[in-house]
Design a protein around this ligand. Structure first.
Ligand SMILES: Nc1ncnc2c1ncn2[C@@H]1O[C@H](COP(=O)(O)OP(=O)(O)OP(=O)(O)O)[C@@H](O)[C@H]1O
Length: 265
């Protein structure tokens, strides 16, 4: 189902954090949400999932205004993976992934084959099937992150909101996760710091700065040298990869530009 936001605003402590943001994500597409630290990505994702109240503006999921949806109705259709999840209780990977089924089940409802299949499938897709009985507290940061993704997938969502889901993952798992997300028929908004991965896997990008959209559109149109300067304060060389056809950014820190120039001379 589609996700849209129209002129969304949210402020706290007298400071505007999300300042008039609009997005349109068609059914099944992946939108990358980019921006420097503190630009408002997590805050905006929380507004999309109704975990914070909009100050003004409208968010729709599948054409329905979230103001008309209860938290439970949203949980049945939208999965949200936040940056950090802490728990020290003695739970296994399977216990956590099974929690993804909660919104679909009544209080005393029996565990069904549909529930079991959704959990098995989610564990399989995230490469966790062989370690379902491992205790959460024994897992590495990257393993924990994959468990949270598996919980979200077990929810069988039509919309997925992911806040930096790859920040603890090794490169193989980053590529696998983003490739999985971009292939799923689920509408996704994903906050990312890695601009090269965003260029490779997102259908469209939105770049935030101080809570405002400074660029949006196809990655080819968004990822330009002026935008990287304005949004992230970095210099870069951008070229199209002859191997996978997507834009690739090579960052050029000041000292390094000089070194390369003198090497070439
Ligand atoms: N509840 C809050 N109270 C006060 N300030 C907040 C609150 N939530 C967010 N902020 C501030 O809003 C700004 C945007 O934060 P947010 O977490 O949305 O940014 P972000 O783009 O996700 O950053 P990062 O890349 O570092 O995760 C930051 O300056 C943050 O300190």
């Amino acid at each position: 189902m589609s996700i849209t936001a129209r002129n969304v605003r949210w402020s706290t402590a007298g400071r505007m954090i999300v300042d008039g943001v609009s997005i349109d994500v068609p059914q099944g597409k992946t939108l990358g949400l980019l921006g420097a630290n503190g630009s408002g990505k997590s805050s905006f994702l929380r507004l999309l999932g109704k975990l914070r109240q909009l100050e003004s503006g409208v968010v729709t999921l599948g054409g329905t205004d979230i103001a008309e949806l209860t938290q439970r109705q949203i949980a049945r259709r939208t999965a949200f993976v936040e940056q950090q999840v802490h728990t020290e209780i003695e739970v296994t990977i399977a216990d956590i992934v099974q929690l993804g089924r909660t919104p679909h089940r009544g209080t005393l409802a029996a565990w069904t084959q549909v529930d079991e299949a959704a959990v098995d499938n989610a564990l399989e897709q995230t490469g966790l099937a062989g370690m379902r009985d491992r205790l959460w507290r024994t897992l590495s940061g990257g393993e924990r992150q994959r468990v949270q993704i598996a919980r979200a997938l077990a929810q069988s969502p039509s919309e997925l909101l992911l806040d930096e889901p790859t920040n603890h993952l090794d490169i193989q798992h980053q590529l696998e996760l983003l490739s999985l997300v971009s292939r799923l028929p689920v509408t996704t908004v994903i906050a990312l710091h890695d601009l090269n991965l965003a260029a490779m896997f997102c259908d469209a990008l939105v770049v935030l700065k101080d809570g405002r959209v400074i660029a949006h559109g196809h990655p080819d149109d968004v990822l330009t040298r002026p935008l990287l300067r304005e949004g992230f304060g970095v210099e870069a060389h951008i070229q199209r990869s002859p191997h996978h056809g997507k834009l690739q950014i090579q960052f050029l820190p000041e000292g390094m530009q000089v070194a390369i120039a003198s090497e070439a001379a």
